[in-house]
Design a protein around this ligand. Sequence first.
Ligand SMILES: Cc1cc2nc3c(=O)[nH]c(=O)nc-3n(C[C@H](O)[C@H](O)[C@H](O)COP(=O)(O)O)c2cc1C
Length: 163
Amino acid sequence: MDALEAIRKRRSVRKYTGEAIPREDLETIVDAGRLAATGGNRQPWDFIVVTDGGMIDQLKVAAGWMDKAGAIIAVVMDPTSRWWIEDGSAAIENILIACTALGYGSCWLEGWTLRHENEFKVFLGVPEELRLLTLIPIGVPAEWPSKEKKPLSEVLHWETYTG
Ligand SMILES: Cc1cc2nc3c(=O)[nH]c(=O)nc-3n(C[C@H](O)[C@H](O)[C@H](O)COP(=O)(O)O)c2cc1C
């Protein structure tokens, strides 16, 4: 699948079959995150890949449907870095697109993760001074939702905002 096809196909997938994901694929997926654009090339991130079923079970307080994920990637950021949220977001989107390209479903789970940030940081051994920006559950998809998007004609302007 080429990059544009993966971008077009990507959707938040929240139902998985429970099948395991090969370690090699998880490395490819994290590598896509590592290669994202980052302000000043600071790369203020770490990625924790959780594949242990018991640990996934603990993390599912963020979202019960994660229990059938084959893996969860925790995106850990250094908040002293000037563009940490933008950098983290770029890495997350790369990861979601890589998942799609490899045929996996995934979801950017930030809102629900942040509610449990402190307990997840302790659980995952994340140093106090770092932030847990999001969890990304990944799995073999049991469904591929469609989601309405604004049409291109509504958001694309040529030359000026009113154009
Ligand atoms: C910053 C951000 C936070 C998000 N947090 C959550 C979340 O906590 N739980 C969840 O189920 N989805 C979350 N999502 C996924 C969005 O709900 C989803 O991207 C949006 O509904 C559009 O659907 P699509 O991803 O299928 O295009 C989040 C997405 C972003 C970009």
